[in-house]
Design a protein around this ligand. Structure first.
Ligand SMILES: Nc1nc2c(ncn2[C@@H]2O[C@H](COP(=O)(O)OP(=O)(O)O)[C@@H](O)[C@H]2O)c(=O)[nH]1
Ligand SMILES: [Mg+2]
Length: 220
């Protein structure tokens, strides 16, 4: 049986359920721009940015790769805690994706953890061109202490936040719905704008929805 051949060579075998027809223009040619450990290394703040954040090992790199339909745009690793800087990627000519360092990795010295937290907080609080935060949490244990910290920082900065409950393929449908509802309820009491959706870069649940969201967020 032959497959339609309008998919690019980078398409992984597990992405067959994700139709390229639904890949918006802004996600067609993402490119790594730079990694910044300090605010003075950030690119200019003329272009809209969408930031992705979450605990180390939550599935952030996998999510970025699935959404952009690329296998190795963001590095995925079974060894958590490798990304220690903010990585910037281009999204079309008018927007960027900012991949924030994963937090909460146990085997990192306290001083280093504090430095990452400080970098993340500064970025969220001060970045003028930041439009939306995509906050990833593992559906099996959402809203850890550090996730709450992110939620409160986002609220304080009036930053619209899309929560993605990752690895939703680990739960049956009923439990996915119940957990999503529970997280929604807990965030309803927090000042700020929060949307919650289940997500899986394995089953592609929520992937096309996120692509359309990203295209809408960066549309000027
Ligand atoms: N079951 C399942 N595993 C996932 C999913 N996304 C990522 N993983 C796994 O979780 C681990 C960490 O993923 P990675 O994307 O590197 O996480 P990051 O540290 O947040 O960037 C890897 O072993 C991935 O294969 C998912 O949607 N479902
Ligand atoms: Mg990663």
């Amino acid at each position: 049986m032959s497959e339609p051949s309008n998919t690019p060579p980078e398409t992984g075998s597990n992405s067959s359920t994700s139709s390229n027809a639904q890949l918006p223009d802004v996600l067609r040619n993402p490119e790594f721009l730079l990694g910044a450990a300090e605010p003075h290394q950030f690119p200019d703040d003329e272009l809209i940015e969408i930031a992705f954040a979450g605990r180390s090992n939550v599935g952030k790199s996998s999510a970025i790769n699935a959404i952009c339909n690329r296998r190795k745009l963001a590095r995925t690793s079974k060894v958590p805690g490798r990304t220690q800087q903010i990585n910037f990627f281009s999204m079309g000519d008018n927007a960027r994706l900012a991949d924030l360092p994963g937090y909460g990795f146990a085997q990192v010295p306290l001083a280093v953890k504090k430095k990452w937290q400080d970098t993340i907080h500064k970025y969220l609080a001060e970045r003028q061109n930041l439009r939306v935060l995509v906050l990833l949490m593992d559906i099996r244990h959402p809203l850890t202490d550090l996730d709450w910290q992110m939620v409160h920082w986002a609220g304080e900065s009036n930053l619209p936040t899309q929560v993605l409950l990752t690895k939703a393929d680990k739960f049956k449908r009923g439990k996915v719905a119940a957990t999503t509802l529970s997280v929604e309820k807990q965030l309803a009491n927090v000042a700020g704008q929060f949307e919650v959706e289940p997500f899986s870069s394995q089953s592609y649940l929520g992937v096309n929805e996120m692509r359309q969201q990203l295209a809408e967020w960066v549309a000027t």
